[in-house]
Design a protein around this ligand. Structure first.
Ligand SMILES: Cc1cc2nc3c(=O)[nH]c(=O)nc-3n(C[C@H](O)[C@H](O)[C@H](O)COP(=O)(O)OP(=O)(O)OC[C@H]3O[C@@H](n4cnc5c(N)ncnc54)[C@H](O)[C@@H]3O)c2cc1C
Length: 440
């Protein structure tokens, strides 16, 4: 690459997502909310109107906790708009591997919390009374190669031992070339698929109807402390709150963590086919993923499309240009063709998005030791939505003064070594108006 090109690329900003998103097109009109232009007092100020902020707002509303939700752009316009909507209790780190790392008690407790969160999300979705495409599904987890079969057998035994709903083997009704291409598989039950944009909007509406005040186009500039309360400063208004929830997602500069617990930013790709492409041999709308890293995953949509994702890579310093996106989209389609060769696979929408992983594969939820009183709700990893639900439950417990056994395990400062912090006392005042997309 010539020097000029390198400089041009280096100047391109990184976005939460690029390409043509699918979910926003499934909502012809979305509710809108005013800009904050006054000073208000509340118990909880939630910063960030993605799926995480929306779930937190709905859970607090259900418990009658006074709250304000502040979004710098529009509800569900950040990573939530790129989210492919798989809701699974099994996650990027297998239960058996997590047991090796943190011991059986904590690992099982965490997996149980994920399972409980899937059930809670179903309930919350039903409570909104809106059609958000939330359907219970089973997930086929394939061994990508012979070497991974033993790992999967161990995983199956651990899940069984601890009463998680799981069955062994690629079901015979799964047709295509699965049996040839994948070396084995297990099926987890009681997972779900959903439309994240519809879901975030439905939850925010649910919360607003129960008294949560919602503001859009209201970027938080700074969070400070005054007389024992938090002051949340925005361009044209201010909120005084007892508690602040940081549900701002993955934007660099806003995700401020101690160096030891900073999320590892990656880029991932997704596509959706035109409607009517579900192969006949695809049973019961199974969701599919695999042991390879990065993994290919796919699901169906209520209007008969396949939604596939994967090809994760280290987050480049550049934006995603059309050529890279086309190349990765072709790669995903080629993997689908390998499994269902009789199908003529094409993509109607293709996009990429930024996401974060933690070094130990666990989300960062709770108070950071160096930002007392600010509750971090950062659901890093492929199971962001499930982690957002866990965050909302932990937030509820904290506000209501209940103990939560996950607190030490998921603390954002859990891996912090003394002296390694890069965190500011309360809130960084930089990059307040996030750029979410170049052309979606
Ligand atoms: C392609 C892709 C596929 C994915 N698929 C899945 C999946 O299938 N299942 C799953 O569980 N997860 C998935 N994820 C992860 C998932 O998208 C995220 O975990 C989740 O959507 C993050 O939601 P959030 O609300 O935390 O962040 P966001 O949706 O980014 O919301 C944060 C909000 O905070 C606002 N904000 C930031 N700073 C400020 C400020 N200073 N003031 C006011 N507002 C501010 C932003 O504007 C933004 O709207 C996927 C991610 C990608 C990129």
């Amino acid at each position: 690459m010539g020097e000029d090109n390198a400089m041009t690329h280096a100047r391109q900003p990184r976005h939460l997502h690029d390409g043509t998103l699918y979910w926003p097109k499934t909502m012809s009109t979305a509710p809108s909310y005013p800009v904050l232009k006054q000073r208000i007092s509340t118990e909880v100020a939630i910063v960030g109107g993605g799926i995480t902020g929306a779930i937190c707002a709905a859970v607090l509303a259900r418990h009658g906790v006074p709250a304000v939700l502040i979004e710098g752009q529009h509800i569900a316009s950040g990573s939530t708009a790129a989210n492919t909507g798989l809701v699974q209790f099994a996650n990027d780190v297998m239960l058996s591997d997590l047991i090796d790392r943190i011991g059986e008690n904590d690992a099982v407790r965490f997996y149980q919390a994920c399972r409980k969160a899937v059930v809670a999300l179903a309930q919350l979705s039903a409570d909104t009374g809106e059609d958000i495409g939330y359907y219970t599904r089973s997930s086929l987890y394939c061994a990508s190669c012979e070497d991974d079969v033993a790992k999967l057998i161990r995983e199956y035994s651990m899940l069984r031992k601890h009463d998680f709903p799981v069955t062994w083997g690629i079901p015979s009704k799964v047709g295509g070339e699965f049996a040839k291409v994948k070396a084995g598989g297990l099926v987890t039950h009681g997972d779900a698929e959903m439309n994240p944009v519809r879901m975030a909007h439905a939850l925010v509406s649910y919360a607003a109807k129960r008294g949560v005040q919602v503001f859009e186009n209201t970027g938080v500039l700074e969070v400070g402390r005054l007389n024992g309360k938090f002051t949340v400063l925005c361009a044209e208004g201010e909120i005084v709150a007892e508690h602040v929830v940081k549900a701002t997602g993955y934007l660099p500069g806003i995700v401020t963590q101690a160096a030891s617990s900073a999320p590892i930013l990656k880029r991932t790709y997704a596509l959706v086919t035109p409607p009517g492409q579900i192969p006949e041999e695809w049973p019961e709308h199974y969701m599919m993923w695999e042991t390879a890293r990065p993994y290919l995953y796919f699901r169906t949509t209520p209007d008969g499309r396949i939604l596939a994702g994967g090809s994760d890579e280290a987050m480049p310093d550049t934006g995603c240009d059309a050529k890279i996106l086309q190349d990765r989209t072709e790669g995903l389609l080629a993997q689908l063709r390998e499994l269902f060769p009789r199908q003529d696979w094409t993509a109607e929408h293709a996009w990429c998005g930024m996401f974060g992983e933690s070094a130990d594969d666990l989300p960062m939820i709770g108070e950071h030791a160096e930002q007392p009183g600010i509750f971090h709700a950062l659901g890093v990893g492929g199971n962001g939505t499930v982690y957002s639900m866990i965050a909302a439950s932990m937030l509820r417990d904290r506000i209501l003064g209940r103990d939560n056994p996950l607190t030490p395990l998921l603390s954002p400062s859990r891996n912090q070594q003394s002296g390694s912090s890069s965190i500011s006392p309360y809130w960084p005042s930089s990059s307040t108006q996030p750029s979410t997309s170049m052309f979606a």
